[in-house]
Design a protein around this ligand. Structure first.
Ligand code: PEP
Ligand code: MG
Length: 575
């Protein structure tokens, strides 16, 4: 029976394929006393041998489809299975405690995990805790006779159905076979959603129930344009969505014609549309989509894809590649924004009740200055190869900006003294994503070179609504007059001091937001590369003259998010 499940449209496009459930099975068991230890040990040996065969297969496929580095984790898992210290301890536990092997495996692995996790001065060993946890899960699944999902083994076209996808899950999806994804939880600005857009994978998030509504192998249509998943579609549905996919492809082909054009409104005003990137590999998409610069380089991905803190040299190479690739166009690099939902296995952070309000971004950089200084040195050295701008994430107070700038100046002076070539024209700016800073934008504007408004966080902090929580997504209101007042204040404050203001949050590429931002005079719009041409096409149709009074009305007359959606619609469809 056809079922339509509504969710949040997270990444444009339509995908139809068989469902692959990326859902963890129930691995619970009961503790039992046993009399025949040998029989239990032989069950363990069978489960280990099946797990090992499976890991060999997964490793080989992962090596081919995802690369050597991604495949290495499976070798680490095989090594644990082959380690007599681990497997021997489980056997001994069965004999000594006379318990079933599930219980013995659980107890021994918990013991190993807590020893590894306790090695706080050895991040490499701490990371092994996650490997033990993963291997234990695999062996346990075989003991219990249940199937574990193995996304690396996918060898035909599928859409992924999951409760949630972490940024690292998303990074491991093989785009050749994975045509899209749909999840129970998450919002449009969760990092998995942002990544789906950069991979051009249609995605719907926050459906609440999709993992219960779909069985493995069901046909699912993902409508990333309007935010719905259609389970078990009729022939008619399939036809309808084929048409929708065709229309979307045609629209995209129209946008593509604007690739080499400047972004100019109907009344001849030029604005910069830049792209957001996570790694130097994203450059290709930036160039293909004709972006006029990079407005946000999220450098934390460099840290997330590395096994240990990236060295100054590694970072220098990555930054240089991006700057050279952009051939003199401006590149705004954001210093590391770890914390919140982005973690580094080798840099354990404290357990926090509210990670998004906790130890993250510039707060870590100012506290762990050796990490920050390495990054700034790499950036300074790379500055000789293009037009570099640097911004700091999560600045909340002027003191934080001053402290970060001081560290930057110190590292710059050291390099200059050592005769290293460094650009003397690096603009230093900040993300405007903490409401306290936005309220005081007039004071910040005197000291920064530019602002880049991070609406993803600015909205969540202003509305006190977690950006990834679908239960409060109704409060995630980009056009709420409170948000628009903050944005307008930031832009006006920058302009009063002769500085520029950009936006790199997802709202910069939103069709309803763009007319509001044009009316406020925002200078630079930075978004997923795949949105650049759509927004360029939209701007071509808009005239700043027609929009002149829109912003004032939106912040002074409107009361709700909905009021402003209607207001924008009135202005845009006036003619
Ligand atoms: C933002 O908060 O708007 C932003 C661009 O940063 P991130 O999404 O990486 O938090
Ligand atoms: Mg942010």
């Amino acid at each position: 029976m056809v079922k339509t499940i509504k969710g949040i449209a997270a990444s444009d496009g339509i995908a139809t394929a068989e469902a692959y459930l990326l859902v963890q099975p129930d691995l619970s068991f009961t503790k039992k006393s046993i009399s025949d230890a040998d029989a239990e040990i032989s069950r363990l040996k069978d489960a280990i041998s099946t797990s090992d065969d499976e890991l060999t297969k997964i490793r080989d496929i992962a090596k081919e489809s995802l690369g050597e580095e991604e495949a290495q984790v499976f070798d680490a898992h095989k090594a644990i299975l082959a380690d007599p210290e681990f497997t021997g301890a489980v056997e001994q536990e069965v004999k000594d405690q006379k318990v079933n092997v599930e219980q013995a495996l659980h107890d021994v692995s918990e013991n190993f995990i807590s020893i590894f996790e306790g090695m706080t001065d050895n991040p490499y060993m701490q990371e092994r805790a996650a490997d033990v946890r993963d291997v234990t899960k695999r062996v346990m699944a075989h003991l219990l006779g249940v199937d574990l999902p193995n996304p690396a083994l996918i060898d035909h076209e599928v859409v992924i159905v999951a409760h949630d996808l972490t940024p690292s899950d998303t990074a491991q999806l093989n785009k050749k076979y994975v045509k899209g994804f749909v999840t129970d939880i998450g919002g449009r600005t969760a990092h998995s959603a942002i990544m789906a857009r950069s991979l051009e994978l249609p995605a719907v998030v926050g459906t609440d129930t999709i993992t219960k509504d779909v069985k493995a192998g069901d046909t699912v249509i993902i409508d990333g344009l309007s935010g719905a998943a259609i389970v078990d579609p009729s022939d008619e549905d399939i036809k309808k969505y084929q048409q929708k996919a065709k229309d979307f492809a045609e629209e995209k082909a129209e946008w593509e014609k604007l690739k080499d054009e400047a972004t100019v409104t109907a009344d001849g005003k030029h604005f910069d549309i830049a792209a957001n990137i996570g790694t130097p590999d994203d450059l290709q998409g930036v160039i293909e989509n004709g972006a006029e610069g990079i407005g946000l380089y999220r450098t934390e991905f460099l840290y997330m894809q590395s096994e240990s803190l990236p060295t100054e040299e590694d970072q220098f190479k990555a930054y240089k590649k991006v700057l050279e690739g952009m051939k003199g166009k401006a590149v705004v690099v954001r210093t590391m924004d770890i914390g919140g939902d982005k973690h580094l296995p080798y840099l354990p952070l404290p357990e926090e009740m509210n990670p998004f309000l906790g130890y993250r971004a510039i707060r870590i950089s100012l506290d762990r200055q050796e990490i920050f200084r390495t990054q700034l040195r790499a950036l300074l050295r790379a500055s000789a190869f293009g037009t570099l701008r640097i911004m700091f994430p999560m600045i909340g107070t002027l003191q934080e900006f001053r402290d970060a700038k001081k560290v930057f100046e110190e590292e710059k002076a050291k390099l200059v003294k050592d005769g290293v070539e460094v650009s003397d024209d690096i603009q230093l700016g900040m993300m405007m994503e903490v409401p306290a800073a936005a309220v005081l934008a007039d004071q910040f504007a005197k000291e920064v070179d530019f602002f880049s408004i991070g609406t993803n966080d600015l909205i969540q902090y202003t509305m006190a609504a977690d950006r990834g929580n679908e239960h409060v997504s109704y409060l995630y209101q980009p056009y709420n007059p409170s948000i628009l007042r903050l944005i307008k204040h930031v832009i006006d404050s920058a302009h009063k001091e002769g500085k520029w203001a950009g936006m790199c949050g997802e709202a910069a590429g939103d069709n309803t937001m763009v007319p509001l931002l044009l009316s406020m005079g925002l200078d630079e719009y930075s978004m997923s590369a795949t949105s650049v041409l759509r927004v360029r096409s939209l701007m071509k149709k808009l005239s700043t003259k027609d929009l002149a009074t829109l912003a004032d009305r939106a912040v002074n007359e409107s009361i709700t998010n909905e009021d402003n959606k209607k207001l924008v619609d009135e202005y845009v469809n006036k003619k």
